[in-house]
Design a protein around this ligand. Structure first.
Ligand code: SAM
Length: 201
């Protein structure tokens, strides 16, 4: 991933020059076009963890779905294509990521994705399901804060699927979630990537 030394993929306004690109990605039954850019996670390539998450997603029909930390929009676009009757929120702190997600949404001619900064999602919106390849690199405290902010916005009976590599702390994250009162099951596992299925206990 090419970035300026001061940029992380979660920087709100990356300082590296914008270099938009387009990538064709096949996952499940989908052929989707993904926009990419410098300063945005994986720059339009489908991350392995994200692939495992999408391949194993059990997506409810209709309803309101969340891609938490949408990056270039891979998860949001897949959800929106697989469930045209759902409303998909794609949320990120990185403004270039949001522009990139908007480009991905336009490339696939989708009209059921709302792209927003966290602060732009109305407080009364609740989610039937959430997916995230969460930003582990923000550090444990910030990650826990992020999850504590969004998981309570699941409707009763709703679930979040989080993909985390075992070398990046999937087991300790699962333990922390259980300590916070959630039920956690290992929904899928491939090449060290674990999909944690999180529901309220
Ligand atoms: C590992 S990347 C995943 C990107 C994309 N979902 C994918 O799978 O390709 C995590 C994303 O979370 C975003 N992020 C970091 N902190 C966040 C926060 N507090 N709220 C929302 N998104 C955040 C980062 O900017 C980054 O785009």
């Amino acid at each position: 991933m090419t970035m300026s030394t001061s940029d992380h993929y979660f920087t709100s306004q990356p300082s590296s020059a914008s270099t938009p690109s387009t990538h064709e990605v096949k996952v499940r039954s989908l052929k989707m076009l993904l926009a990419g850019d410098r300063g945005v996670f994986n720059q339009g390539e489908l991350d392995w963890g994200t692939r495992v998450l999408i391949e194993n997603a059990d997506i409810p029909t209709g309803g309101t779905l969340l891609d938490l930390g949408c990056g270039g929009g891979a998860i949001a676009v897949a959800l929106a294509m697989l469930r045209p009757d759902a409303v998909v929120w794609a949320v990120d702190v990185n403004e270039r990521a949001l522009d990139t997600t908007r480009a991905s949404v336009a490339l696939n001619k989708l009209s059921n994705v709302r792209v927003a900064l966290p602060s732009e999602v109305p407080g009364d919106v609740r989610f039937d399901a959430m997916w995230s390849n969460p930003p582990i690199r923000v550090g444990k405290e910030a990650l826990h804060q992020l999850l504590n902010e969004w998981l309570p916005r699941l409707v009763p009976g709703g679930a979040a699927d989080l993909v985390v590599h075992k070398n990046l702390g999937s087991d300790s994250l699962a333990k922390w979630l259980v300590g916070e009162g959630y039920t956690v099951e290992r929904h899928a596992s491939k090449q060290g990537y674990r999909v944690l299925h999180v529901t309220r206990a």
